[in-house]
Design a protein around this ligand. Structure first.
Ligand SMILES: NCc1[nH]cc(CCC(=O)O)c1CC(=O)O
Ligand SMILES: [Mg+2]
Length: 337
């Protein structure tokens, strides 16, 4: 029997939320969200050559690799069940020009990689990036005329770039440029070339963010980028505008939409998912990757726990999946768990 003093200290609570947390089996039983390998899209960086592998110094553990090594890594990721990869080329600076000519070359790095991946790993989805920044001498996503990134002229190049990628076997075209009207133009260009089944994942709400820094190191645009991208990427202060952007892209034929960056924009992901009920993806961008890795390398964070918690947060916010440089690692951790 309890003595009078102890029992009088008991709070008269009917609800004790801690009861459900008392053991692992119980926590699993009431868990609301789960991260699954099928949620992961792996962005990879390409370079020319054979057997070539270069570290991206601002992204510890991430490499730019030639097509052969990329294909081998993707075969492995596919075996773990990663459903899709996203390709980003580091173009030889000598090949970059004002018109982004290489974007339309059917034998550019991305197109060759696409064909090689489709051949070696036919069951993984290949996502190609539509934007001109890997190909322009000034590092902008569109054509620069005077001081302006011109919208409509850029859109017609983007539509041709998309068709070029579809011909190389791309499964999903992902425009990351933020020009107005590009989703509609890409949809009709794809359809008129017989690519009705090629999907569009639109970077619908992409913000002008400081968190893209390491990515620009990876594709070699940090040094060449003239000015910034605020005249086409969104103002980090805005939410309603993100909903208007998403609405426009869905009207124009986007099959999936994306919010980018990820963790600082979980509120946007949540509102987009709740409002449109369309497949909504988050991009955990290079700067987010760099933050977690830098803190972990300093011993300030538990690396694996921080990775998995950050990814689960996207699911909780309502994302259908997440583009993350941690994809192969997270896939392995999920399998071990
Ligand atoms: N088309 C540009 C593009 N596509 C993907 C990223 C960033 C991805 C990342 O930071 O991981 C960017 C950077 C930018 O807008 O300058
Ligand atoms: Mg838009």
């Amino acid at each position: 029997m309890m003595d009078r003093e102890t029992s009088s200290a008991r709070l008269p609570l009917v609800q004790r939320p801690r009861r459900n947390r008392k053991s692992d089996w119980s926590r699993r039983l009431v868990r609301e969200n789960r991260l699954d390998v099928s949620d992961l899209i792996w962005p990879v960086f390409l370079i020319e050559g054979e057997g070539c592998r270069e570290a991206v110094s601002s992204m510890p553990g991430v490499y730019r690799q030639s097509i052969d090594l990329t294909v081998a890594a993707i075969v492995e990721a596919a075996a773990f069940g990663v459903p899709a990869v996203a390709l980003f080329p580091n173009t030889d600076p000598a090949l970059r020009d004002e018109k982004a000519s290489v974007a339309l070359d059917p034998d550019n790095l991305v197109c060759r990689a696409c064909r090689a991946i489709k051949e070696a790993a036919p069951d993984i989805g290949v996502i190609t990036d539509v934007a001109l920044d890997p190909y322009t001498s000034h590092g902008h996503d569109g054509l620069l005329v005077g001081e302006e990134i011109v919208n409509d002229e850029t859109v017609s190049v983007l539509a041709r770039q998309a068709v070029t990628q579809a011909r190389a076997g791309a499964d999903i075209i992902a425009p990351s440029d933020m020009m107005d009207g590009r989703v509609g133009a890409i949809r009709s260009a794809l359809d008129s070339e017989g690519f009705q089944n090629v999907q569009i994942m639109s970077y619908a709400a992409k913000y002008a963010s400081a968190f893209y820094g390491p990515f620009r190191d990876a594709i070699g645009t940090s040094k060449t980028l003239r000015g910034d991208k605020r005249a086409y990427q969104m103002d980090p202060a805005n939410t309603d505008e993100a909903l208007r952007e998403v609405a426009l892209d869905l009207e124009q034929g986007a099959d999936m939409v994306m919010v980018k960056p990820g963790m600082p924009y979980l509120d946007i992901i949540h509102r987009v998912a709740e409002t449109f009920h369309a497949p909504t993806f988050a991009y955990q961008v290079s700067g987010e990757y760099a933050m977690i890795m830098a803190a972990a390398q300093n011993g300030w964070l538990d690396e694996e726990r921080a990775i998995m918690e950050s990814l689960l947060a996207f699911k909780r916010a309502g994302a259908s999946g997440v583009l993350t440089y941690f994809a192969p690692r997270a896939a392995r951790l999920l399998q071990e768990a």
